[in-house]
Design a protein around this ligand. Structure first.
Ligand SMILES: NC(=O)c1ccc[n+]([C@@H]2O[C@H](COP(=O)([O-])OP(=O)(O)OC[C@H]3O[C@@H](n4cnc5c(N)ncnc54)[C@H](OP(=O)(O)O)[C@@H]3O)[C@@H](O)[C@H]2O)c1
Length: 294
């Protein structure tokens, strides 16, 4: 499989998205800024943040500095952010989005996702994203944490199909049904927590495969995701890990090793979100708060 750090996938609206990016969840502004600069230094072409992470301003700073330091243009980097649960709804999404643009110090966003499917509101949030997309402020729109039932409902109401569904995905959680559904509907699956909360990184079978290729377990997991055709956004706050996670293009996993990792699936999400309700604070500005109901 001929892959490199510049490899992209063509989304269903014709936009090309890098296959590998870096996430910044659980980083404060200063840390996120530094991580983004390191990512750009080491050749990453995509960054994933969210209003909920409370670090859009840091990502915006890191992006501006990283572009200048590496002689890059804004169009060289694919930037993803997400609509905060507390902003779900039409008007609130439109208003919040303008603030997100300002924090990220950019005139447009490459990809905006509905972060979580807030019950009773996600179709209105989607309508706002469709309008922002049609206005040219967003290059592609998608969803995150949508199961099949919610994807079906969204598409019944939508004029524009989502390009991406960003889901928890790693060797221990492979979302088989959702992946099949997305494949059938030409919706690209993107992996969040691609390294699997430590459990996958410490898995003995993956370690053995990694030793065979003289690679780290993280590199084997990332390579497995890329070979599975999934976009992936491993997060790190350490330059060495950021570099290591992008050094996955000088080897290819054999069919046998791919199968072995495929067989580790436990179908066990780390969080469950049945009837997802947002119960955030009344101001709707809980920028730095990560909350969801059980
Ligand atoms: N849409 C959603 O609901 C949602 C939910 C969760 C995450 N996400 C996105 O997905 C991104 C990735 O997920 P995640 O942050 O949950 O987890 P992850 O990328 O699976 O794992 C991150 C953890 O692994 C460590 N790590 C990174 N590279 C490593 C390496 N080469 N060797 C050993 N350890 C390594 C990091 O350490 P250090 O940071 O200490 O370097 C960090 O503790 C997030 O940052 C966010 O952008 C989206």
């Amino acid at each position: 499989m001929d892959l490199n750090l510049e490899s992209t996938v063509r989304l269903n609206n014709g936009v090309d998205m890098p296959r590998l990016g870096m996430g910044v969840w659980r980083s404060d502004n200063a840390t996120a800024s530094q991580s983004v600069r390191w990512a750009l230094k080491h050749g990453y072409k995509a960054i994933d943040t969210a209003k909920q992470y409370g670090n859009e301003a840091g990502v915006g700073d890191g992006l501006a500095q990283g572009l200048a330091e590496n002689d890059l243009n804004r169009s060289d980097v694919f930037l993803t952010t997400k609509i905060f649960n507390g902003d779900a709804g039409y008007e609130s999404t439109i208003t919040a989005f303008e603030d997100q643009l300002a924090r990220l110090k950019t005139r447009y966003i490459d990809l905006v996702l509905i972060h979580w499917p807030v019950t009773g509101k996600y179709n209105e949030t989607w309508r706002a994203l469709e309008d922002l997309y049609m206005a040219g402020k967003i290059r592609a729109i998608g969803v995150s944490n949508f199961d099949i039932q919610r994807l079906r409902d969204l598409m019944k109401h939508a004029s524009i199909k989502p390009v991406i569904n960003q889901m928890e995905f790693n060797p221990l959680e492979q979302e088989t049904d959702i992946k099949d559904y997305c494949d059938r509907h030409n919706i690209q699956l993107e992996a969040w927590s691609p390294l699997g909360h430590g459990d996958a990184l410490n898995n003995e079978q993956i370690k053995q495969i990694a030793d065979k290729y003289n690679k780290s377990t993280a590199q084997v997991i990332i390579r497995w995701e890329l070979q599975r055709g999934i976009n992936t956004i491993p997060k790190s706050t350490h330059e060495e890990f950021i570099k290591e996670n992008a050094d996955v293009y000088d080897f290819a996993l054999s069919d046998e090793d791919m199968e072995l990792i495929n067989s580790l699936n436990l179908d066990k999400r780390s969080i469950w979100y049945g009837d997802f309700q947002w119960s955030g604070n009344p101001d709707g500005v809980a920028d730095s708060v990560d909350q969801w109901d059980k």
